[in-house]
Design a protein around this ligand. Structure first.
Ligand SMILES: Nc1ncnc2c1ncn2[C@@H]1O[C@H](COP(=O)(O)OP(=O)(O)O)[C@@H](O)[C@H]1O
Ligand SMILES: [Mg+2]
Length: 255
């Protein structure tokens, strides 16, 4: 990944909330086109904060976020529109990430409207519902008619609407029942493969990271302590923190 421009990168990024001690310090990571990177670390390590910076929702206090080789400039509306078409979020909680007053079809089409993407939005919504395994009539219903797993499929359909090149997913299945987690993961895996979409996947579940991500980075208290091919990190962790994290997993994931 050193010889190609990463699609999205954090370079020496630091961040703190107000005057409290920094939450992120000198964080660098990159995800190339079509690549998949898992980000793991204990609760409070700064994973969600890092995703917010990578999405341009918060500004780093040190370092920078780069998109396609250029510094992400949140004041540049045209380049932010290009950025939002290319990089889409999937959040942890599909109950709060969908507006209960909007039909599912309207929610899925929302990025098409806000990013001024032309075309037949209804047809695109139908295509997206099919891609995530939901019936066409879902478009006219409201989120409360759907289960957690179905809502996360809807959120994934919405993220896919502008044909992004990269998804940033923050614990996308941890709010779901264990029984549906794998089906949502398999959906993400299939879509990534079929559409060549890259991923940055935050998860505390190493089984999921090992199933989905070629590479992984380990965040401890706001610092990246280890980064590498998922297989080698999981089989031969170099950092004591990674070893502790692995030891806290009941059963080592098959890699
Ligand atoms: N809005 C906020 N205001 C102040 N502190 C916050 C805020 N959000 C998160 N934090 C703190 O920042 C640290 C990292 O949080 P977070 O990025 O949510 O970690 P993770 O996603 O890895 O669990 C934690 O100590 C958390 O308490
Ligand atoms: Mg989090």
């Amino acid at each position: 990944m050193t010889d190609i421009t990463p699609l999205l990168a954090a370079e020496g990024v630091g961040f703190g909330y107000g005057r409290s001690r920094p939450v992120l310090a000198d964080v660098s990571l990159a995800v190339g086109p079509g690549a998949s990177l898992g980000l793991v670390g204990e609760s409070g390590a700064g994973k969600t904060t890092l995703l917010r910076l990578l999405l341009g929702l918060s500004l780093p206090t040190a370092g920078e976020v780069r998109f396609d080789g250029d510094r992400l400039d949140v004041r540049d509306r045209r380049s932010m529109r290009r950025f939002r078409r290319a990089v889409q979020p999937v959040y942890q909680d599909p109950f709060s990430s969908l507006d209960p007053r909007m039909t599912v079809g309207r929610s899925i089409a929302e990025p098409l409207r806000s990013l001024q993407i032309e075309g037949d939005h209804r047809a695109r919504v139908a295509e997206l519902l099919a891609a995530v395994g939901l019936a066409p009539d879902a478009a006219d219903r409201y989120p409360d008619a759907f289960s957690g797993g179905q809502r996360q499929r809807i959120a994934i359909a919405r993220a896919l609407a502008p044909r992004p090149r990269l998804l940033l997913a923050d614990e996308p299945v941890s709010a779901l029942d264990t029984s549906v987690r794998m089906t949502v993961i398999e959906l993400l895996q299939r879509l990534a493969r079929e559409q060549g979409i890259g991923f940055l996947l935050v998860s505390h579940d190493l089984t999921i990271v090992s199933a989905l991500c070629e590479r992984m980075a380990v965040l401890e208290a706001g610092r990246i302590v280890e980064e590498g091919a998922t297989r080698s990190v999981l089989t031969a962790p170099a950092h004591p923190y990674t070893r502790r994290l692995l030891a806290s997993v009941p059963r080592l994931p098959a890699v």
